[in-house]
Each structure stands twice: as structure tokens, then as C-alpha cells.
Design a protein around this ligand. Structure first.
Ligand code: G3P
Length: 222
């Protein structure tokens, strides 16, 4: 499973990318709003992200509401940098836009996926990525991991990763990441704080401290 970083914060993206294990970036309007970014700076910000990690896909989300505007806006976003993927929330208009954008060679990440039929419709329209959400099911006292498992099974019955990759999204914890990997998601997109948590384990930290203490004994015995 590949790791994507789920943030629009440039500093977080640069730090996570420097770790060498980040294979993509996903953003959305809420994550951009969280950076304090203004509408006028949105495209420039996406370019900065795309240039900060030029060898991995960067999802930039369109907020258009008609197919025509999604296609026009998507083409504009895709022209900003070669690694930009156009992110569209699933609806009738975005399915039609996905089909059209694919004809132009533009990759679409279809987001806000909560059900198997939504995921299969996105694949069928030609989405390069589908993003089923996990945490938001948990927020309403449903089992997000079980829903993700159903979507992974159904999509993999009909499509391979060269057609559509599944991005497990709305992940909040290392356990979400573990479960996404065990059930076969192609990608986990992980917020920076959860990514940092994934790096650590108390036994790793304790082991590291012991190695350092023992090595001091070795070097001080010279
Ligand atoms: O990639 C989608 C993700 O950012 C949504 O996460 O935590 O807002 O449900 P969350």
C-alpha cells in the first residue's frame, strides 16, 4: 500500500515528502481553507505543492457544480503542473466530467465515496482514483472500515490498479491505516498528525533509547 499525505499545508507536505515514503498528496477545499489560503492564491498554492513533490500525484479539488465548469476547471487545474490530478466529488455532473477529462488525458480522483455503487460508477466513468471515506462513517457510529472493505472487494472484482486505484481516505489513526492495508486498499491518504503517529511505537522509542545508552558505554570505554 502506498502512503499519500492528506493536507494542503506546504510545510507538512515538504516534511512528509522528505521522509521518502510519501507517494502522493491529496487536498480538498476544507484542507485549503485550514491553511488560511485565499481564492486568488489557490492555483499558485497548488503549483507550489506540485513543485515541492514533482514525482508524485497531487490531487487538487474543483468546486465547480456543472459538468461544463468541472471540465473547464479541471483542464485548467491539470495544466498547472504535470503531476496534478483533478479531484471531483461524486455526483451526476462529475461522472460526466470524469469521462470527458479522461478523453483529454486528465486523471480524476473521485472523492466523497461512501458506497459500493458510487465507487463502481466512478470506475466506470473512468476515474483514475476513487476515495472512499472511513472516519466519517465512524463519526456517525457506523463501521467505516467495513464499508471500505466492501468497496475494495467490489472494485477489485472488476478493475485493476492500472485502471482505478483505491485511496482509503478520511483516515484518522494508525489503526485505520493498518486496517486499510490489511483489506487491500492501494493507497492510504493520511493527515500529517496521523502519519507522525504511524512512525512511532513505545517499544521502538524504548529500544532506540537503550541502543543509544549502550553505545555510550561502548564509546566511553575507549
Ligand atoms: O481525503 C479526504 C479527507 O481529508 C477527509 O478527512 O477527516 O475530513 O473526514 P476528514
Amino acid at each position: 500500500m502506498k502512503f499519500f499525505i492528506d493536507t494542503a499545508d506546504l510545510a507538512e507536505i515538504k516534511t512528509a515528502y522528505s521522509w521518502g515514503c510519501v507517494a502522493g498528496v491529496t487536498t480538498n477545499p476544507s484542507l485549503y481553507a485550514k491553511t488560511g489560503g485565499k481564492l486568488a492564491d489557490f492555483e499558485a498554492h497548488m503549483v507550489k505543492i506540485a513543485e515541492a513533490c514533482p514525482d508524485v500525484p497531487v490531487s487538487a479539488e474543483s468546486t465547480a457544480t456543472t459538468t461544463e465548469d468541472m471540465v473547464a476547471g479541471g483542464l485548467r487545474l491539470a495544466a498547472l503542473a504535470p503531476n496534478i490530478v483533478v479531484k471531483l466529488p461524486i455526483c451526476a455532473e462529475s461522472l460526466a466530467a470524469t469521462k470527458e477529462l479522461k478523453k483529454h488525458g486528465v486523471n480524476v480522483n473521485m472523492t466523497l465515496i461512501f458506497t459500493v455503487p458510487q465507487a463502481l460508477m466512478a470506475c466506470s466513468a473512468g476515474a483514475r482514483y476513487v476515495s472512499p471515506f472511513v472516519g466519517r462513517f465512524d463519526d456517525i457510529a457506523e463501521d467505516g472500515i467495513e464499508q471500505l472493505a466492501n468497496i475494495v472487494t467490489a472494485v477489485k472484482n472488476y478493475y485493476g490498479p492500472e485502471h482505478t486505484e483505491i485511496i482509503a481516505a478520511s483516515l484518522r489513526t494508525p489503526n485505520h491505516v493498518t486496517q486499510a492495508a490489511l483489506l487491500g486498499a492501494d493507497i492510504a491518504t493520511v493527515p500529517f498528525a496521523a502519519m507522525e503517529k504511524c512512525l512511532h511505537h513505545p517499544l521502538t522509542d524504548r529500544g532506540l533509547a537503550a541502543f543509544e545508552a549502550d553505545w555510550k558505554k561502548v564509546t566511553s570505554a575507549q
